[in-house]
Design a protein around this ligand. Sequence first.
Ligand SMILES: *[C@@H]1O[C@H](CO)[C@@H](O)[C@H](O)[C@H]1NC(C)=O
Ligand SMILES: *[C@@H]1O[C@H](CO)[C@@H](O)[C@H](O)[C@H]1NC(C)=O
Ligand SMILES: *[C@@H]1O[C@H](CO)[C@@H](O)[C@H](O)[C@H]1NC(C)=O
Length: 685
Amino acid sequence: MLAVALQPLHAVAVLLGLSLATTSIHVLAADPPSQDTGNNPIVKDPINNLSYRGTITTLPSSSSANPKVQIEHYLNIRFASAPRFSPPTPFLYQSGSLIDATLPGPACPQSLPAIPPFFAETHAISEDCLNLRISRPAGTAPDANLPVVVHIHGGGVVKGSAYDPHFDPDRLLSLSVELGEPIIYVAINYRLTIFGFPRLPVLKKQKALNLGMRDQRVALEWVRDNIVYFGGDPSRVTAFGLSAGGTFTSLQMVAYAGEKGAPFTRAWMMSGPPGTALNMTEEKETERHTRNVAERVGCIFKKPEDDEDLLSCLRNVPMEELTEKAMGYSVENHPPAGLFTFIPSVDGDFIPERQSVLYQSGRVVKGIPTILSWAQDDGATNAGPAPLFVSEESMIPALTSFLGHSILSPSDISTLFSLYPESDFLEEYQSYLSRKSDTDPEAPIHYFRISRILRDILFTCSSIDFGHHLSRASYSEDPDFAGVRLYTLNQSMLTPLFKGAGMPWLGAVHGSDTNYIFNGVFPEFGDACSEEDGKLAREMAGAFVRFAASGDPSPKEKGKRENEDEGWVWPEAFGGRELEDGVEAKRGMEELRGVNVHVIGGPVGTGSCKVRHHGFVADGEDLGSMQKPIVGEGVEYREMGGKDDVEEKAKKPKQLRRKREALLEREKLLKRCAFINTLNEKLGV
Ligand SMILES: *[C@@H]1O[C@H](CO)[C@@H](O)[C@H](O)[C@H]1NC(C)=O
Ligand SMILES: *[C@@H]1O[C@H](CO)[C@@H](O)[C@H](O)[C@H]1NC(C)=O
Ligand SMILES: *[C@@H]1O[C@H](CO)[C@@H](O)[C@H](O)[C@H]1NC(C)=O
């Protein structure tokens, strides 16, 4: 099953969920779930006098009590229309319409080829792409009042759509039915690349910047206002996304400085904090990109007073040509995939200020139960091929390729490097040496350092900082706030793929969450995965379903909740019982004594960890754990594997918990992030 043909990946600058399109993965044809034709379900909206005609898929269930699960799909529902470079206007079907929602809608303009293992080939693009899809357990009653999850796809603002098979909701919905906690799934399209994020002063005047984010907003408002007809509960809408999709979800919470609220009530962001490397203050840069692409399509107007003409010229360029030229330009600007060339910007309206200024000053939508996460090796694909990192100096180009050449001073760089000393990475380095085969390449210790540095700068520290301030602001308004939770994912279904592609040093890389959160969706492998991965997928998707329902991913059963060593009891990051009820939320980053981080998957299993500030010693406690060897406590440390390990884990939850904590203590998250977050202004985030 895992015999896939892969060419070596050039993992040079893989940012936020995209790898080079030169990978070739033999795609196995997955057995499509059977489609019940001639049996089209209808959803009625009596208020607007509309009917939606959908399709049904039938899938096997793993539970014998529930032999077959049927899912209804309503595709290609238009939520807005928007002429090129104009803000979206909500779209209303004519009263009395019967809407054919049986076929997928077009994706927004983008390059068509697949980017395995993250995105499938795009089949149809159109500028008339502002449509969404809804899937729900078959026969959901109009008054079912089910929780709703809304997927905002990632793809570095250049790729993705609501219909990509990597985001197939069938398995997630089927699980929700089995768990007795059925949910409704929605996925939305939004404009990408130059269509979604063009920049010119005239557009700013017309409040027509950040178009792609305005599209998302209108889609989310459509869900809030219309999901009730599909049996959904508008007071329980979870926005979720990975990578750019997570970042967009985060940014929706600071949009309009939080003053207009948010059209969703819970948020789950995977490797998608508001910060990352998104410099939204680079007005001149993004404007320059727009002008350069205009020149390439023959719209040559040099004077700023001719911008109106420039804009109307650009509006007349055929979609295919503009897409191709914008993508070609983006790839040159940010090789290899052209990510993040046309990006959101501070526009004085939708995004009034730098994102970290907004949330740090409490100008954020408060009271939204939130999950923020990173993957253990989130920065690895950004770092580049491991064998390159032969010395400390060799780490610098990897850093500047993300942060610009003159952004960090030599003293910033040396402080940064000293916070990630070689001695902290010996064990990871040795662990790679011990598991690599003779033919596998070397991965010098500096690779492990730069990979962690990039992870923390791009994903971890902004997640902790955003979560911390959100928590703080929310508790100050509501002592019963359901909380912010953090997790790090340490398992990946993609590892064998990357090993096959000549990169055996990659572990739980960026983007690994998707296969789990959709409960084992993996189109490249016909949705097949190992027993261990299948188990984790069910658990993680289960936590997601519980979160959608209640704002808390922990199991409901009382017995389980009380045992904190039970893997899926998931305490709040800053404010839970563990940390004296909100006390931590009130502290600044420098004074934070600790946060709870949930480790998901990997050799030491799933469970919560209290991560204390490195150097901060609580009353009589010895926190020298990071100097101690991790092996110990009677738990043998080994790579995850078969059944024995699973049983072993079940026997020794306490020891595993201690080991997880020791591993995370060693990452010195709070100390390192306290420094990294001082760089926000320089980084423009
Ligand atoms: C709803 O639309 C149908 C189909 O066009 C029409 O026959 C019916 O009269 C409409 N009902 C109302 C209340 O407008
Ligand atoms: C962000 O943009 C501002 C304004 O153009 C610029 O001064 C700063 O150097 C940029 N930062 C990065 C990290 O690119
Ligand atoms: C993550 O997994 C790697 C390798 O599988 C292991 O070496 C490391 O200790 C794990 N870290 C945590 C925090 O689970």
